[in-house]
Design a protein. Sequence first.
Length: 340
Amino acid sequence: MSRNLNKLLNYSLLKISLIPIMLWIISSLVFILLRVAPGDPVDAILGSGADEVSREFLRNKLGLNEPLISQYFSYIKNILHLDFGQSLSTEEPVLNIIIKSLPASLELGFFSILSATLIGFPLGLLGLRNRGKKTDYFTRILGIATYAIPPFWGAMLAQLLFSVFFNISPIGGRFPIFQQQPQITGFLVLDSILSNNIIALKDSLYHLALPSITLGFLLSGIFSRSLRVNLDKTLKSDYVNAAICRGISSKKIFLNHALPNALLPIVTISGLTMASLAGGALLFEVTFSWPGIALRLHEAISQRDYTLVQGIVIFTSMLIVSLNLFVDILIAYLDPRIEY
């Protein structure tokens, strides 16, 4: 037991040691790509009709007149201190913008994964139970179809159907415009519960339902297919056959042996999916006007806001890398078959 824990600790330390290298590479690529991309942030802020004196003053203020290598070292130094600078368009600290926008993306991601699980798992079990029948083929085709649908197109179809034709859901946004939001943690559902505000809870769930269920439905194919394949493989394994020979009931075999082992790969999928959604499904958030970090990134790109784009990409990368690390360590701990 102690030996396994030491091996797990060494594995975790190795993974953690790779994080700074990965983040340095990502940060450098972001810096280079934004500098070589066409367009001028000064034009985006002042407009092309601004006089040269104003343009030069703003360039000096933003440090754009300094040598590129000086800008790079200053940029890396600030990142190490978690100083992402100020937005070029609003002059608000980038970290503040990220902190305000991230809860919306995390909330959408969490409820989307929950919806994907509630839709995908029953479909996977239904297909496995009816192996080789029409129901099995239907769940397989549905899983492939949902995975193949582009999220933004699925979002537009959902808006057209449920917001325009049936008028049972708001077409976008996170909360009614003219109603004050509860401000505690930034997660509206949780804040509504903590403040005991039933009206705010209803409104937040009302706006959250369509985007989260739509995104969950589009992701459900991954979960249904993975559960079906892994359960099918697990139920044919030697240890399950041995349990059957010992006279253990089918229910106990399924719950105690087959299902836990089949869920291990799904833990990985859930972690990676949640990590990607933490950064926001870019076009999905834009389509639903969901005020998350992906929508802020879209706005920053269109405004040529260097510092905001840099800050969002780097912070999101940190979050994704951290979640991936957590999932890797969790899987290594749960599954003793993994060599590390």
